[in-house]
Design a protein around this ligand. Sequence first.
Ligand SMILES: C[S@@+](CC[C@H](N)C(=O)[O-])C[C@H]1O[C@@H](n2cnc3c(N)ncnc32)[C@H](O)[C@@H]1O
Length: 300
Amino acid sequence: MVISHTIRNASPFLKWAGGKTQLLPTLLNYVPTHFHTYIEPFLGGGALFFELQPVKAILADSNPELINCYTMVRDRVEDVIKVLSDYPYSEEFYYAIRAERPRDPVMRAARMIYLNRTCYNGLYRVNKQGQFNVPFGRYTNPVICDPERLRAGSYALRNAELRCVDYQEMLCKYVKPGDFVYLDPPYHLVSKYSDFKRYTAEFFYIDDQRILAKMARELAAQGCYVLVSNSYCDFILDIYEGCEIVEVAAKRNINKDPEKRGEVKEALIVCKHYSTHHQITHQLALWEASRESSLQFGKP
Ligand SMILES: C[S@@+](CC[C@H](N)C(=O)[O-])C[C@H]1O[C@@H](n2cnc3c(N)ncnc32)[C@H](O)[C@@H]1O
């Protein structure tokens, strides 16, 4: 199969709060040149994944609609395009499709993309019952179905393993020494106006930030390359103390208060590992042995 230029140039097909497209030039400076598997437990729009297009990847998010959408784009992209290309841009249609709860996975994926392209500010927000509740967004000719972008995304995802799991399960079960782990969690709230945490029915709590920082250090100590993004504030600097922390400026336009949209300070955290190749091989053998025995005893 001849792969066209457009297919190889994949980019996010969903708009996502906290998406990393604009920070890619900086992020790329911290990507290791060699690694085994690319691991992204907070996938969102997947900007870094699409940029790197790694040979082996495990991608996860706790949002079931999001993971279903990626799975359908990977496996049944032409069906998704067919459904989506019939969807009109109108307020009436928007609220009708928002109220639907389709069971068919292709219809769910098309609904997800449609709502994402036409809702207010491209937000994904749900109420306590897990129902999407973002109002209609006003745009001039929004691109609802972009077949080339979807096909390029499908091609980039062809070998990726997709999981709808919590970050703790992902990091405990699937990461091994030599992997590159990119952690882009919901940001620690620095202002009462930030609304970044409301991606799923559950919130990402302050204790999650602490647990994540601990797990990031442990993975680095086991020989993983760990890169973390978060807000640049005292709390984050504190929980990642001792790691290399780089301050970067990012433009954010997802804020309830238009006055507060603009440049914000973000932190890029590199959890260093100082393992030699020999140590990584040794850790890998230990990891495989412990996984082997836990599988034998039926534990995860
Ligand atoms: C900042 S966004 C990731 C943005 C992404 N890097 C991009 O470029 O678009 C954070 C993601 O974490 C997911 N998330 C929130 N809580 C989670 C949890 N406990 N476990 C796994 N994923 C979670 C959200 O659904 C959201 O997609």
